[in-house]
Design a protein around this ligand. Structure first.
Ligand code: NOJ
Ligand code: CA
Length: 517
């Protein structure tokens, strides 16, 4: 069986999870200490944000050395031990691969920016003029001796690696099948194999759609590069699994990725589900007084999902290190049913560390390591309500980021002990998912109730019917609404959920799973 079939992932931001040596920064040994916590929650996969040597101008998404871990997290051997300890507990680990750019301190870039051409002169995209525009691409001039402007993939400190251009129109561009473009792809293959041989189980791939620049609107050239890389890697490591940061499964899955993420883009279906970040007064679907119905999500999600029903997975997240934590938008009851919904949908679910215990989005925090508004979602994990929240024994002033001043009710210890807490709800729903074949990762999804203007909605997965009422008002759902002929038998619920003569009565903000035959 493919190990993704029953996978449920937990995303760890390594600098903020658990500090084992009292320097105020999370590390590999700290993660090892907390593997049992992750296992107890029910997760059997980890996505760990970049942990490689870096000047940290973008929290590690600016890699200086792909084959060396950052000293602040430990050594390569510590990471190897983390893989081993995770595997002992049945947990797989995805590393974060950043293939589109490096740090401007990477040896390749240092070589490529010299006035005299060196071994890596074509590893990045450089123009052959030092004044003007690098076509429609973002370029940086005046920072190096080389006669040229380098193209950036994200921040100025993240020069774009050269995978070539689909339609080469300028002398300074490489074509996609040039030796230098192929050499870049080969170098990335080598990095992947290096970590897989150490025990990694796969990768979350950063900006996976960003490889080939210019004119590659349908991403066919980028897909071609990936097909080659992934085939090459899987020849040696057939069990390796890859999830792309792309949000276009119809492109990414045929390119060889095993999963793709639905990303939070302002105003898209996922944004309207939990956040609604573009509105002055956010009113996402899961807010109890929202006027939205589930179609605001489904109109975006379903066409993408349908396209990939057979071939793979379109994954839903509670949040990630780039999004505002959902607790900023939804109260705890709303989050319970929102997370239950995410955890009963197809695709491997991803829980962002701390979302399961209700950690807050600390909006006002000053930017750290290129985090900007994302910084507030990256604060230390709140293990208990002690002075340092159980994160670190260091003086609080030297913590990577400040701990939330209000830990009450929002720390793992308290959440675990409290019946019906958010943590326990998440744990129950993960267990429910795992013990029901119908809820696992498969193509089986049928939205039977999605009436415009109606707040409650329902979907079938195999012999299970899931009914969700995100509204503050109670409602009734009868069998014709959800196209069933038998009496639904309640299996699991959150909030006030009853069945009476075949009618399902859903209390305010409630969630129910029923067996149908
Ligand atoms: C997406 C990552 O998730 C984000 O944190 C990073 O800043 C950019 N890619 C650039 O690598
Ligand atoms: Ca540490």
């Amino acid at each position: 069986m493919d190990w993704l079939k029953d996978a449920c992932f937990y995303e760890i931001y390594p600098q903020s999870f658990k500090d084992s040596n009292g320097d105020g920064i999370g590390d590999f040994n700290g993660i090892i200490e907390k593997l049992d916590y992750i296992k107890e929650l029910g997760c059997n996969g980890i996505w760990m944000n970049p942990c490689f040597d870096s000047p940290f101008k973008d929290a590690g998404y600016d890699v200086r050395n792909y084959k060396l871990v950052a000293e602040r997290y430990g050594t390569n051997d510590d990471l190897k031990r983390l893989f081993e300890e995770a595997h002992k507990r049945g947990i797989k680990i995805l590393l974060d691969l950043v293939p589109g750019h490096t740090s401007d301190e990477h040896e390749w870039f240092k070589d490529s920016k010299k006035a005299e051409p060196g071994e890596f002169k074509d590893r990045y995209i450089w123009t052959d003029f030092w004044y003007g525009e690098a076509r429609n691409l973002r370029g940086i001039a005046g920072m190096a001796d080389r006669n040229g402007i380098y193209v950036v993939n994200f921040f100025a400190s993240q020069p774009a690696l050269n995978y070539g251009f689909l339609n080469k129109t300028e002398k300074w561009q490489s074509s996609v099948d040039s030796p230098e473009a192929i050499a870049t792809a080969d170098a990335m293959c080598d990095v992947m194999k290096f970590w897989l041989s150490m025990g990694a189980d796969g990768f979350r791939v950063d900006m996976a759609d960003s490889l080939v620049k210019f004119d590659d609107d349908d991403k066919s050239a980028t897909c071609k590069v990936w097909k080659r890389i992934i085939a090459e890697v899987k020849k040696e490591y057939p069990e390796a699994r890859l999830v792309s940061e792309w949000n276009r499964p119809r492109q990414s899955l045929p390119a060889g990725f095993d999963m793709d993420f639905m990303l939070n883009w302002t105003g898209n279906g996922y944004d309207l589900l939990l956040r609604d970040t573009g509105s002055e007064k956010p009113s996402p679907i899961f807010k109890k007084d929202s006027k939205r119905d589930i179609n605001d999500f489904l109109n975006d999600y379903l066409p993408q999902y349908e396209d990939t029903r057979e071939s793979g997975r379109y994954c839903l997240i509670t949040g990630n290190h780039d999004t505002d934590r959902v607790s900023y938008y939804l109260d705890e009851d709303e989050r319970k049913i929102a997370f239950a919904f995410l955890l009963t949908m197809p695709g491997a679910p991803f829980i962002y560390y701390g979302d399961e215990i209700g950690m807050r989005y600390m909006k006002e925090l000053p930017s750290k390591e290129g985090g900007y508004t994302r910084t507030g979602s990256r604060t230390p994990m709140q293990w208990d309500d002690s002075e340092g929240a159980g994160f670190s024994t260091a003086n609080k002033d030297s913590f990577y980021l400040p701990i939330d001043a209000d830990l009450k009710g929002k720390n793992a210890k308290e959440q675990m002990a409290k019946e019906g807490s958010l943590y326990n709800t998440v744990k129950e729903v993960i267990a429910l998912r795992k013990s029901n074949e119908a809820l696992l990762d498969n193509g089986n999804l049928d939205f039977v109730l999605r009436q415009p203007g109606r707040r409650e909605f329902a979907f079938k997965r195999g012999d299970l019917l899931i009914v969700v009422n995100p509204s503050e008002k109670a409602c009734k759902v009868d069998s014709s609404d959800v196209k069933i002929s038998s009496l639904p038998e309640k299996k699991y619920s959150i909030g006030d959920v009853k069945t009476d003569k075949g009618v399902i009565e859903m209390g305010p903000v409630s969630f129910g799973v029923f067996v149908i035959s």
